[in-house]
Design a protein around this ligand. Sequence first.
Ligand SMILES: *Cc1c(COP(=O)(O)O)cnc(C)c1O
Length: 247
Amino acid sequence: MTVAENLAAVRARIVAACEACGRDPSSVALVAVSKFHEAAAIREAYAAGQRLFGESYVQELAAKRKELADLPDLQFHFIGHLQSNKVKALLATEIACVETVHSPALARELGKRVESASARPPGTAAGGEETARRHAAGLPVLPVLAEINVGREANKHGALPEEADALIAAIEAEPALRFQGWMTIPPDDEIATKAAFEALAALHAAGTQKRGRPLTLSMGMSGDLELAIACGATLVRVGTAIFGART
Ligand SMILES: *Cc1c(COP(=O)(O)O)cnc(C)c1O
């Protein structure tokens, strides 16, 4: 199977999953997770119409950006564990979204670094209005998701559900960040995965209603994208089913 064939099969799975639960297929975005695969594989997916990709390692992303500089409308989401000392290098890759903001400290570091890429007008308050104003003024604003460890797994990153409000507040306090939704990596076990998807969907429903604008619910991978879509995912992150096994 070629990347183009795999991609078509994954798109068909998304359409079928949406139809099974009465959702519009255009309400689910696909991030093609290209980590550990060559830039050539991204080119194949690009030729098949895919524009949005996911990468987990800053150095690998930076190298691919260079190799793919001739593809201007290529977009990347960062989906790996982000350390504060890698933020500057990550921003140099012109990332479209950081899906894995896991702590208030990381939110502050990201906000500060995006802001220092441009002068902030003096005497302006932080917060949602200031973010809108920056956006209108053409200053950089980075969309981010809050990574939530809904499965409460010790070996996973992300805020615990009871820490989610504080994390989102820290994101929303940064004028150069735009809070765009929730992301999770669920436990391996199928029953726990369903519980995790439902828990994140509940946070998404309440938080979207509170803010009155559409927000992202990023969950679902190669093995569980149907379940994620049934639970309300608006973005699925699929690697293996598109690019094959990672070495
Ligand atoms: C690698 C990765 C994926 C893709 O997983 P597959 O099972 O290969 O589809 C999705 N999300 C995150 C956060 C990942 O690290």
